[in-house]
Design a protein around this ligand. Sequence first.
Ligand code: FMN
Length: 193
Amino acid sequence: MAGHHGTGECRIVHDAAPSALPLAIKLHILVGTMTGTAELVAQELELAFGDENVAIELTLMDGLDHRVFERPGIFLICTSTYGQGEVPDNAKALYADLLSSRPDLSGVRYGVFALGDSTHVGTFCFGGKRFDEALGGLGATRFGPVFEHNASGGTLPEDVALEWFPEWIAEVRKQLNAEAAASQKAVLHPLKS
Ligand SMILES: Cc1cc2nc3c(=O)[nH]c(=O)nc-3n(C[C@H](O)[C@H](O)[C@H](O)COP(=O)(O)O)c2cc1C
């Protein structure tokens, strides 16, 4: 081969540059809700953005345990806050199971869309923040900051979510592409002879 002087070999399997094609992303939206607002947010996201590039699956948190995070794909925690900064009733079992089972979630990637009301001073959006703390403590990695929707802010969470999502998923895609390119590079370096 021209240019090959026998000084080393390369593990190149094919010579294409790292793909610039969009990655197909599987996104699980896990919904914690008391009166359906967070579910409406998730439904709107699924309707507006679910396609061949982002396969969105909406799952209410009822009856889930930590094994939901074994599903391939990434996760969006979409949850409201109730009581004194508690997760909603349908999210309680999952949240408690994460804290008691303490699974290793180091391979898990997630984002958080938290719903709350700033009139609950001191516990604003704690439902989403509790999940974030639990997942982070178990080794999972968050994409972007926790988004906080304020029910007293004069906006509808589903409208705000539709504006927020494209930027969030673009950041997700950017990070996943960068990681894919980096891992490709890791197997393309010349071997020392
Ligand atoms: C009884 C009750 C308690 C609430 N407690 C909190 C709270 O501690 N912190 C907060 O940020 N929001 C709190 N909220 C506001 C809800 O999280 C918010 O209205 C949310 O949009 C409801 O979404 P959902 O219909 O999906 O449950 C509370 C609402 C109610 C009715």
